[in-house]
Design a protein around this ligand. Structure first.
Ligand code: BDR
Ligand code: CA
Length: 314
């Protein structure tokens, strides 16, 4: 059973990730913190709350986090996820509101008072996590494991030639997290994984439609905008789901077919902003992260569909 703490800049694939964590049998979400990224902070927060409504879990607390990266101005990805981040379907307002407590305080508190109980999954820029580490240097080690959807391990970026969005938006935050990371505790889930094994092709979308539950229908509709972008500009045969892979890995670590441990740092220089520097030399510094290099695509999609079949409990 996995209990999740999720840090999210809730765009469409974040919402899918939240649904999987909320609805997989035996899994539950302890809390969600939001961060500016795919969309601005207010929109990300509303999207997280709305997604919990769809999952029938409006009781899960949502905490507002950082409204901008540590040192840079925010650049969103609304051209990819839609103006509202969820495909511009004209969704209603969520039923619940965000908690009063700021996200960083909620993160520090849950880590301190419930150590070793939750998996931390970060699926947006790492601003909140960097702030938490700055206050509590042992923050990461207080979770069962930390999965970060961040970077690429094959050097093919999605914002620039070398950089992946979550890292690119706040490379200084990523640097703080990588400096505090240890390979036994932190797994990086690169965008390369979803490009290779996380694409919802026509047959996958047909299988999703065939599930026929309201949750499955929501998951498909919010990704229509992303689908269009991925096919026309992304060179993919459908939309890809990086954030859901990070959640699915926490549910079933057996999904990993190949991984490596390496010392990874990040560039904050303008020309190579947000590029991960993966040191594979023999004389590299000790590994600080585990990088996943291959996953079981069938298992990933099984986990996702099973969550939609279960649907909300109430
Ligand atoms: C990451 O950026 C966002 O577009 C996705 O939600 C994912 O977290 C992929 O680069
Ligand atoms: Ca995201």
């Amino acid at each position: 059973a996995t209990s999740f703490v999720i840090d999210s800049d809730t765009g469409s694939d974040d919402a899918v990730a939240i649904l999987i964590a909320a609805l997989t049998e035996g899994s539950s979400i302890r809390l969600i913190t939001t961060v500016a990224g795919n969309v601005g902070l207010e929109r990300a927060t509303r999207n997280a709350l709305y997604t919990l409504d769809v999952a029938g879990q409006a009781h899960v607390p949502v905490y507002r986090g950082a409204a901008s990266p540590l040192l840079r101005s925010l650049e969103t990805a609304q051209n990819i996820h839609g103006e509202d981040g969820l495909g511009d379907l004209g969704l209603n307002e969520p039923t619940a509101s965000a908690a009063e407590t700021p996200a960083v305080l909620a993160l520090l508190e849950v880590a301190r008072t419930e150590p070793g109980q939750h998996a931390l999954v970060t699926i947006g820029p790492m601003t909140n996590i960097a702030l938490a580490i700055s206050i509590d240097p042992d923050f990461l080690s207080r979770f069962t494991h930390v999965y970060c959807m961040a970077g690429v391990s094959d050097f093919v970026g999605n914002v620039t030639a070398l950089a992946e969005f979550n890292v690119w938006v706040d490379p200084e935050a990523t640097r703080i997290v990588l400096n505090a990371a240890r390979a036994e505790q932190v797994t990086l889930v690169g965008w390369d994984l979803s490009r290779k094994w996380g694409v919802m092709r026509d047959e996958d979308q047909a299988a999703l439609r065939a599930v026929g539950t309201p949750v499955a229908d929501f998951a498909q509709r919010i990704c229509a905008r992303l689908d269009e972008y991925s096919r026309t500009e992304g060179g993919l045969e459908g939309y890809d789901l990086p954030d859901p892979i990070a959640v699915a890995l926490a549910i079933d670590p057996g999904m990993v077919l190949a991984d490596e441990r390496a010392h990874v740092s990040v560039s904050t220089d303008e020309a190579t902003r947000g590029a991960l520097i993966i040191d594979r030399r023999v004389q590299a510094e000790p590994a600080n992260v585990r990088l996943i290099t291959e996953i079981d695509e069938r298992r990933f999609k099984e986990i996702m569909l099973a969550a939609y079949v279960s649907g909300p409990v109430s």
